[in-house]
Design a protein around this ligand. Structure first.
Ligand code: NDP
Ligand code: PMR
Length: 399
């Protein structure tokens, strides 16, 4: 496929990195052209909420749930025919974009109950209503991946619902391409890697036990990856490129105080941090596969759903980027997919009985047919995956 071809970077596409001094302005780039713009005021309510406030939100969200007992795997119809019970799927970041479109695609089949794991309870409720997911097909449970306490609390709250876990989809992400300085999670990890990788790493590790217990025939753990983390593609060669190096920044805790906030130990770069986090997502999926597939029968998968250029992922980018990015992807790279189409693709990885192969990074061709894609050398390096796993375990307090 043309877009999956070998490394290629025309010099005209090179991106200049930031200027040094001005606090309210930074240099960034739009499609390879260097431009300046005023930074937005950074305000992240998740970061400033007190523990007390967070506990209250959790209490509210748990109260709003409808507890159900775990049904057996087969349900008898009035005619005595046995049918498969509804599957239960947890989707992180289901309040917008790909996560919401996937929740909708699965819920409307009537075969899935979607647990929307979201940091903003009201936004998630409104989002579910806006795409007409009916009440009996979803439950919102609070999850802020930028806080490991919240991840642990989510797992407790999920278990209190009394539903088995059949599929976990690690979808939520933040992308901070214009940030001049790093911001941090509750535990002090750089926000993009802390949220996209470490939060999901802890969540997936804790919920693995629940997946193991499920009696559902399709048990899956899916972590959303991306083309931009894969340097064996043109998109993955647009600077700044993903590169985890020897993980020295991660080993130091990504705190930006006595060590770098970047995994490779380099200077902070928000766009690179996102791409690095996607490499971590893809490596994590393969390490799960190596460690647990044979023993548990769980299918571990990652995917690149296409370029969904209209989602909230680009909310921190400059307005000009947000204006030009969708037509650029639609008419020039032809890599664009709508949220609806991308949602169907991820829903396919969740529920298609033919996509049972584990350890696969799925992509789709121009006819929207799925195929097993190749990961870059770094994103498929087993030694790096092992080191990432062991370091992440320590950071999230599992060892
Ligand atoms: P969106 O911004 O629309 O969705 C991201 C979701 O993540 C939102 O629901 C957001 O919540 C949630 N989220 C962010 N931070 C946290 C947190 N701390 N705790 C819990 N939830 C959080 O982006 P997309 O739908 O585009 O992104 C979904 C996935 O798809 C990501 O993994 C992304 O890397 C991947 N992807 C996207 C591509 C694209 O072209 N858009 C291409 C390839 C991969 P809230 O609504 O509260 O902000
Ligand atoms: Mg990219 C050739 C195809 C292609 C594809 C499929 C993408 C996907 N992009 C492609 C090409 C290019 N992009 C080219 C030629 C350029 C330079 C003009 C370019 C630029 C570009 C920028 C500045 N692209 C971007 C950005 C972003 O800020 C996005 C990003 O990297 O976010 C991390 C992005 C993306 N391009 C994509 C996809 C899917 C993204 C969103 C990234 C993601 O979610 O991983």
């Amino acid at each position: 496929m043309a877009l999956q071809s070998a490394s290629f970077l025309p010099s005209a596409l090179s991106i200049n990195k930031e200027g040094k001094s001005n606090v309210s302005y930074k240099e960034t780039s739009l499609f390879g052209v260097s431009i300046s713009h005023q930074l937005r005021a950074e305000f992240n309510p998740c970061q400033i909420r007190s523990k007390e406030e967070r506990r209250n939100t959790l209490a509210v969200s748990v109260r709003a749930q409808t507890a159900t007992t775990a049904p057996g795997i087969e349900l008898a119809t009035p005619e005595g025919k046995k049918t498969l019970r509804k599957g239960n799927v947890v989707i992180t970041g289901a309040s917008s974009g790909l996560g919401l479109a996937t929740a909708k695609a699965l819920a409307e089949t009537g075969k899935w109950h979607v647990i929307m794991a979201c940091r903003n309870f009201l936004k998630a409720e409104k989002a579910a209503k806006s795409v007409a997911i009916s009440k009996e097909n979803y439950t919102v449970v609070h999850l802020d991946l930028a806080s490991l306490d919240s991840v642990r609390q989510f797992v407790d709250n999920f278990r209190q619902l009394g539903k088995p876990l059949d599929v976990l989809v690690c979808n939520a992400a933040v992308y901070l391409p214009t940030a001049k300085e790093p911001t941090f999670t509750a535990e002090g990890f750089e926000l993009s890697v802390g949220t996209n990788h470490l939060g999901h790493f802890l969540l997936a590790r804790l919920l693995l036990d629940d997946l193991k217990k499920s009696d559902y025939p399709l048990k899956r753990l899916i972590i959303v990856g991306s083309i931009t983390g894969n340097t064996n593609t043109l998109a993955g060669n647009i600077p700044p490129k993903a590169n985890l190096g020897d993980l020295r920044g991660l080993l130091g805790g990504l705190n930006g105080v006595n060590c770098s906030s970047m995994i490779d130990g380099g200077e902070f770069d928000g766009a690179k941090a996102y791409k690095d986090s996607k490499v971590c997502n893809m490596l994590t999926m393969q390490e799960f596969h190596r460690r647990y597939h044979e023993e548990t029968g769980i299918t571990f998968a990652s995917l690149y759903p296409g370029c969904i250029a209209t989602t909230g992922l680009f909310r921190e980018h400059i307005p000009l980027f947000r204006l030009l990015f969708p037509p650029f992807q639609k008419y020039i790279t032809k890599g664009y997919v709508s949220e609806e189409e991308a949602g169907k693709r991820l829903a396919q990885v969740v529920s298609d009985p033919s996509l049972t192969k584990s350890g696969v990074y799925w992509s789709w061709n121009k006819n929207s047919s799925s195929f097993e894609n190749q990961l870059s050398k770094e994103a498929s390096d087993p030694e790096k995956a092992r080191k990432l796993w062991e370091t992440s375990e320590k950071l999230v307090g599992l060892t």
